[in-house]
Design a protein around this ligand. Structure first.
Ligand code: T3D
Length: 268
Protein backbone atom coordinates (compact mmCIF):
# COMPACT_ATOMS: atom_id res chain seq x y z
CA UNK A 1 0.00 0.00 0.00
CA UNK A 2 1.28 3.45 -0.93
CA UNK A 3 1.94 6.02 1.74
CA UNK A 4 -0.24 9.08 1.25
CA UNK A 5 -0.56 12.39 3.04
CA UNK A 6 -1.82 12.43 6.61
CA UNK A 7 -5.16 14.14 7.04
CA UNK A 8 -7.20 14.78 10.17
CA UNK A 9 -10.78 14.27 8.92
CA UNK A 10 -10.31 11.73 6.13
CA UNK A 11 -7.86 8.94 5.40
CA UNK A 12 -6.51 7.99 2.01
CA UNK A 13 -4.96 4.72 0.89
CA UNK A 14 -3.78 3.67 -2.56
CA UNK A 15 -3.32 0.09 -3.66
CA UNK A 16 -3.67 -1.88 -6.92
CA UNK A 17 -4.86 1.16 -8.87
CA UNK A 18 -7.58 1.96 -6.32
CA UNK A 19 -7.57 5.12 -4.23
CA UNK A 20 -9.72 4.69 -1.13
CA UNK A 21 -10.96 7.75 0.72
CA UNK A 22 -12.54 7.17 4.13
CA UNK A 23 -14.50 10.03 5.68
CA UNK A 24 -13.22 9.97 9.20
CA UNK A 25 -15.19 11.90 11.81
CA UNK A 26 -17.12 8.91 13.16
CA UNK A 27 -18.28 10.58 16.38
CA UNK A 28 -20.16 13.11 14.18
CA UNK A 29 -21.28 10.46 11.68
CA UNK A 30 -18.65 11.87 9.28
CA UNK A 31 -20.50 15.15 8.86
CA UNK A 32 -18.61 17.90 7.04
CA UNK A 33 -16.75 20.78 8.58
CA UNK A 34 -14.65 23.21 6.53
CA UNK A 35 -11.42 21.34 7.23
CA UNK A 36 -12.87 18.06 5.98
CA UNK A 37 -14.01 19.76 2.77
CA UNK A 38 -10.53 21.17 2.28
CA UNK A 39 -8.85 17.84 2.91
CA UNK A 40 -11.18 16.02 0.54
CA UNK A 41 -10.56 18.64 -2.12
CA UNK A 42 -6.81 18.21 -1.70
CA UNK A 43 -7.04 14.40 -1.81
CA UNK A 44 -9.16 14.47 -4.97
CA UNK A 45 -6.64 16.83 -6.62
CA UNK A 46 -3.90 14.37 -5.82
CA UNK A 47 -5.84 11.31 -7.03
CA UNK A 48 -6.83 13.03 -10.28
CA UNK A 49 -3.21 13.52 -11.30
CA UNK A 50 -1.18 10.77 -9.56
CA UNK A 51 -1.00 8.65 -12.77
CA UNK A 52 -1.66 5.54 -10.64
CA UNK A 53 -5.26 5.65 -9.48
CA UNK A 54 -7.80 4.25 -11.93
CA UNK A 55 -10.76 3.88 -9.55
CA UNK A 56 -11.89 5.78 -6.46
CA UNK A 57 -13.57 4.05 -3.54
CA UNK A 58 -15.39 6.30 -1.08
CA UNK A 59 -16.59 5.11 2.32
CA UNK A 60 -17.07 6.26 5.90
CA UNK A 61 -15.51 5.30 9.22
CA UNK A 62 -17.71 3.95 12.00
CA UNK A 63 -21.44 3.34 11.83
CA UNK A 64 -22.36 6.16 9.42
CA UNK A 65 -21.39 7.05 5.88
CA UNK A 66 -21.95 10.80 6.18
CA UNK A 67 -24.55 13.00 7.91
CA UNK A 68 -24.07 16.00 5.63
CA UNK A 69 -23.16 19.38 7.04
CA UNK A 70 -21.88 19.47 10.63
CA UNK A 71 -24.78 21.32 12.22
CA UNK A 72 -22.59 22.19 15.18
CA UNK A 73 -21.06 24.81 12.85
CA UNK A 74 -24.48 26.23 12.03
CA UNK A 75 -25.87 26.96 15.48
CA UNK A 76 -27.53 30.37 15.43
CA UNK A 77 -28.00 31.98 18.83
CA UNK A 78 -30.56 34.64 19.63
CA UNK A 79 -27.66 37.05 20.17
CA UNK A 80 -26.09 36.44 16.78
CA UNK A 81 -26.50 39.41 14.50
CA UNK A 82 -27.41 37.59 11.33
CA UNK A 83 -28.24 34.20 9.86
CA UNK A 84 -25.60 32.44 7.75
CA UNK A 85 -25.69 32.71 3.96
CA UNK A 86 -25.77 29.00 3.16
CA UNK A 87 -25.29 29.67 -0.53
CA UNK A 88 -21.65 30.50 0.23
CA UNK A 89 -20.92 27.06 1.62
CA UNK A 90 -22.93 25.37 -1.14
CA UNK A 91 -21.05 27.32 -3.78
CA UNK A 92 -17.61 27.02 -2.23
CA UNK A 93 -17.69 23.42 -1.00
CA UNK A 94 -20.68 21.21 -1.81
CA UNK A 95 -21.29 22.03 -5.48
CA UNK A 96 -17.59 21.75 -6.41
CA UNK A 97 -17.39 18.40 -4.62
CA UNK A 98 -20.38 17.02 -6.55
CA UNK A 99 -18.94 18.34 -9.84
CA UNK A 100 -15.59 16.84 -8.93
CA UNK A 101 -16.95 13.34 -8.32
CA UNK A 102 -19.17 13.54 -11.40
CA UNK A 103 -16.34 14.66 -13.67
CA UNK A 104 -13.53 12.53 -12.25
CA UNK A 105 -12.34 10.51 -15.27
CA UNK A 106 -12.42 7.19 -13.48
CA UNK A 107 -15.16 5.11 -11.83
CA UNK A 108 -16.18 6.26 -8.36
CA UNK A 109 -17.51 3.48 -6.15
CA UNK A 110 -19.33 4.21 -2.92
CA UNK A 111 -19.16 1.62 -0.16
CA UNK A 112 -22.12 2.96 1.79
CA UNK A 113 -21.40 1.61 5.23
CA UNK A 114 -24.20 3.26 7.19
CA UNK A 115 -26.61 6.15 7.24
CA UNK A 116 -26.24 8.79 4.51
CA UNK A 117 -28.17 11.90 5.52
CA UNK A 118 -28.48 15.39 4.04
CA UNK A 119 -25.57 16.16 1.73
CA UNK A 120 -24.18 12.74 2.69
CA UNK A 121 -27.04 11.21 0.66
CA UNK A 122 -26.24 13.59 -2.18
CA UNK A 123 -22.60 12.52 -2.18
CA UNK A 124 -23.60 8.85 -2.42
CA UNK A 125 -25.71 9.66 -5.45
CA UNK A 126 -22.83 11.49 -7.13
CA UNK A 127 -20.84 8.23 -7.13
CA UNK A 128 -21.03 5.95 -10.16
CA UNK A 129 -21.68 2.61 -8.48
CA UNK A 130 -23.09 2.29 -4.98
CA UNK A 131 -22.76 -0.86 -2.90
CA UNK A 132 -24.48 -0.58 0.46
CA UNK A 133 -24.31 -2.51 3.68
CA UNK A 134 -27.65 -4.13 4.50
CA UNK A 135 -27.97 -1.90 7.59
CA UNK A 136 -27.30 1.34 5.68
CA UNK A 137 -30.00 3.88 4.91
CA UNK A 138 -30.70 7.20 3.20
CA UNK A 139 -32.36 10.13 4.91
CA UNK A 140 -33.15 13.30 2.97
CA UNK A 141 -33.16 15.15 6.25
CA UNK A 142 -33.03 18.65 4.76
CA UNK A 143 -36.71 19.51 5.25
CA UNK A 144 -36.45 18.53 8.92
CA UNK A 145 -34.21 21.56 9.44
CA UNK A 146 -36.05 23.81 7.00
CA UNK A 147 -33.83 23.30 3.95
CA UNK A 148 -34.10 21.74 0.49
CA UNK A 149 -32.22 18.72 -0.89
CA UNK A 150 -28.97 20.19 -2.18
CA UNK A 151 -25.67 18.98 -3.64
CA UNK A 152 -27.60 17.48 -6.55
CA UNK A 153 -29.97 15.27 -4.59
CA UNK A 154 -33.15 16.95 -5.91
CA UNK A 155 -31.76 16.05 -9.36
CA UNK A 156 -30.43 12.55 -8.69
CA UNK A 157 -33.27 11.18 -6.57
CA UNK A 158 -36.06 12.26 -8.92
CA UNK A 159 -34.26 10.77 -11.92
CA UNK A 160 -33.41 7.51 -10.20
CA UNK A 161 -36.69 6.74 -8.42
CA UNK A 162 -39.24 9.05 -10.05
CA UNK A 163 -41.03 12.15 -8.87
CA UNK A 164 -43.58 10.60 -6.46
CA UNK A 165 -41.02 8.73 -4.37
CA UNK A 166 -38.43 11.52 -4.53
CA UNK A 167 -40.92 14.13 -3.37
CA UNK A 168 -42.18 11.96 -0.51
CA UNK A 169 -38.63 11.21 0.70
CA UNK A 170 -37.63 14.86 0.47
CA UNK A 171 -40.75 16.22 2.19
CA UNK A 172 -41.08 13.57 4.90
CA UNK A 173 -37.39 13.02 5.63
CA UNK A 174 -38.16 9.36 6.34
CA UNK A 175 -35.47 6.73 6.48
CA UNK A 176 -35.07 4.72 3.25
CA UNK A 177 -33.39 1.40 4.10
CA UNK A 178 -30.70 0.19 1.71
CA UNK A 179 -32.71 -2.85 0.62
CA UNK A 180 -35.64 -0.66 -0.38
CA UNK A 181 -33.22 1.70 -2.18
CA UNK A 182 -31.90 -1.25 -4.14
CA UNK A 183 -35.41 -2.42 -5.05
CA UNK A 184 -36.28 1.08 -6.23
CA UNK A 185 -33.18 1.26 -8.44
CA UNK A 186 -31.49 4.00 -6.44
CA UNK A 187 -28.35 1.99 -5.77
CA UNK A 188 -26.62 -0.91 -7.47
CA UNK A 189 -26.39 -3.57 -4.76
CA UNK A 190 -26.88 -4.40 -1.10
CA UNK A 191 -24.53 -6.83 0.60
CA UNK A 192 -24.21 -8.20 4.11
CA UNK A 193 -22.50 -5.76 6.45
CA UNK A 194 -19.47 -7.97 6.96
CA UNK A 195 -18.94 -8.34 3.22
CA UNK A 196 -19.20 -4.66 2.30
CA UNK A 197 -15.54 -3.69 2.14
CA UNK A 198 -14.32 -6.88 0.53
CA UNK A 199 -17.05 -6.71 -2.15
CA UNK A 200 -16.45 -3.02 -2.75
CA UNK A 201 -12.67 -3.50 -2.92
CA UNK A 202 -13.04 -6.39 -5.32
CA UNK A 203 -15.25 -4.30 -7.58
CA UNK A 204 -12.93 -1.30 -7.41
CA UNK A 205 -9.85 -3.42 -8.19
CA UNK A 206 -11.66 -4.99 -11.12
CA UNK A 207 -12.64 -1.57 -12.47
CA UNK A 208 -9.09 -0.26 -12.00
CA UNK A 209 -7.91 -2.86 -14.50
CA UNK A 210 -10.49 -1.95 -17.14
CA UNK A 211 -10.04 0.55 -20.02
CA UNK A 212 -10.25 3.66 -17.83
CA UNK A 213 -10.64 6.13 -20.66
CA UNK A 214 -13.60 4.18 -22.01
CA UNK A 215 -15.16 4.08 -18.52
CA UNK A 216 -14.66 7.84 -18.17
CA UNK A 217 -16.41 8.34 -21.50
CA UNK A 218 -19.26 6.02 -20.49
CA UNK A 219 -19.75 8.11 -17.35
CA UNK A 220 -19.69 11.38 -19.31
CA UNK A 221 -22.12 10.09 -21.96
CA UNK A 222 -24.61 8.71 -19.45
CA UNK A 223 -24.60 11.98 -17.53
CA UNK A 224 -24.98 14.08 -20.67
CA UNK A 225 -27.86 11.92 -21.91
CA UNK A 226 -30.15 13.68 -19.43
CA UNK A 227 -29.50 17.02 -21.06
CA UNK A 228 -29.52 16.19 -24.74
CA UNK A 229 -31.73 15.00 -27.58
CA UNK A 230 -31.24 11.56 -29.09
CA UNK A 231 -29.72 13.22 -32.17
CA UNK A 232 -27.15 15.08 -30.07
CA UNK A 233 -26.40 11.98 -28.02
CA UNK A 234 -25.80 9.91 -31.17
CA UNK A 235 -23.29 12.53 -32.25
CA UNK A 236 -21.55 12.44 -28.86
CA UNK A 237 -21.36 8.66 -28.99
CA UNK A 238 -19.89 8.85 -32.49
CA UNK A 239 -17.21 11.30 -31.32
CA UNK A 240 -16.33 9.08 -28.33
CA UNK A 241 -16.07 6.01 -30.59
CA UNK A 242 -13.81 7.92 -32.95
CA UNK A 243 -11.54 8.93 -30.07
CA UNK A 244 -11.50 5.55 -28.32
CA UNK A 245 -10.93 3.63 -31.55
CA UNK A 246 -7.45 5.16 -31.57
CA UNK A 247 -6.68 4.20 -27.98
CA UNK A 248 -4.21 1.58 -26.82
CA UNK A 249 -6.91 -0.18 -24.83
CA UNK A 250 -9.19 -0.66 -27.83
CA UNK A 251 -6.37 -2.23 -29.81
CA UNK A 252 -5.48 -4.38 -26.83
CA UNK A 253 -9.12 -5.40 -26.22
CA UNK A 254 -9.59 -6.55 -29.81
CA UNK A 255 -6.19 -8.29 -29.92
CA UNK A 256 -6.91 -10.11 -26.66
CA UNK A 257 -10.35 -11.17 -27.90
CA UNK A 258 -8.94 -12.56 -31.14
CA UNK A 259 -6.08 -14.33 -29.35
CA UNK A 260 -8.53 -15.72 -26.76
CA UNK A 261 -6.49 -14.27 -23.86
CA UNK A 262 -7.19 -11.81 -21.05
CA UNK A 263 -6.60 -8.16 -22.07
CA UNK A 264 -4.03 -6.04 -20.30
CA UNK A 265 -5.46 -2.53 -20.27
CA UNK A 266 -3.33 0.48 -19.37
CA UNK A 267 -6.20 2.97 -19.08
CA UNK A 268 -5.23 4.96 -22.20
O1 T3D B 1 -24.89 24.41 5.91
C1 T3D B 1 -24.45 24.35 4.78
O2 T3D B 1 -23.23 24.47 4.55
C2 T3D B 1 -25.38 24.11 3.63
C3 T3D B 1 -25.39 22.70 3.21
C4 T3D B 1 -26.13 21.78 3.87
C5 T3D B 1 -26.13 20.36 3.47
C6 T3D B 1 -26.70 19.45 4.53
O3 T3D B 1 -26.18 18.37 4.65
S1 T3D B 1 -28.00 19.97 5.48
C7 T3D B 1 -28.40 18.48 6.40
C8 T3D B 1 -27.52 18.28 7.61
N1 T3D B 1 -27.64 16.98 8.19
C9 T3D B 1 -28.68 16.59 8.91
O4 T3D B 1 -29.66 17.30 9.08
C10 T3D B 1 -28.59 15.22 9.55
C11 T3D B 1 -28.49 15.37 11.06
N2 T3D B 1 -28.35 14.08 11.68
C12 T3D B 1 -29.40 13.27 11.91
O5 T3D B 1 -30.52 13.55 11.57
C13 T3D B 1 -29.11 11.99 12.63
O6 T3D B 1 -27.88 12.10 13.27
C14 T3D B 1 -29.09 10.76 11.70
C15 T3D B 1 -30.52 10.47 11.23
C16 T3D B 1 -28.17 10.98 10.50
C17 T3D B 1 -28.58 9.52 12.48
O7 T3D B 1 -29.32 9.37 13.65
P1 T3D B 1 -28.81 8.41 14.81
O8 T3D B 1 -29.89 8.37 15.84
O9 T3D B 1 -28.37 7.13 14.21
O10 T3D B 1 -27.47 9.10 15.38
P2 T3D B 1 -27.38 10.39 16.30
O11 T3D B 1 -27.39 9.98 17.74
O12 T3D B 1 -28.35 11.43 15.87
O13 T3D B 1 -25.91 10.92 15.89
C18 T3D B 1 -24.74 10.37 16.45
C19 T3D B 1 -23.82 11.51 16.79
O14 T3D B 1 -23.49 12.20 15.59
C20 T3D B 1 -24.50 12.52 17.69
O15 T3D B 1 -23.52 13.09 18.53
P3 T3D B 1 -23.51 12.75 20.12
O16 T3D B 1 -24.83 13.12 20.67
O17 T3D B 1 -23.24 11.27 20.19
O18 T3D B 1 -22.37 13.58 20.63
C21 T3D B 1 -24.99 13.56 16.72
O19 T3D B 1 -25.14 14.83 17.28
C22 T3D B 1 -23.84 13.56 15.72
N3 T3D B 1 -24.31 14.05 14.41
C23 T3D B 1 -25.08 13.38 13.52
N4 T3D B 1 -25.29 14.16 12.46
C24 T3D B 1 -24.65 15.32 12.68
C25 T3D B 1 -24.02 15.25 13.93
N5 T3D B 1 -23.32 16.25 14.44
C26 T3D B 1 -23.24 17.38 13.69
N6 T3D B 1 -23.82 17.52 12.48
C27 T3D B 1 -24.52 16.51 11.94
N7 T3D B 1 -25.07 16.66 10.71
Amino acid sequence: MLKTKDYKNISVAKENGVATITLNRPDKLNSFNVEMHQELHDALDDIACDNLSRALLLTGAGRGFCAGQDLGDRAVTSESDKAPDLSLSVEKFYNPLIRRLTNLPMPVICAMNGVAAGAGASIVMACDIVIAARSASFILSFAKIGLVPDSGSSWHFSRAIGLPRAKALAMLGNKLPAEQAEQWGLIYQVVDNDDLMSEANQLAEHLAKQPTEALANIKRLIHSSFETSLQEQLERERAAMQHLGKSHDYQEGVAAFLAKRQPSFIGK
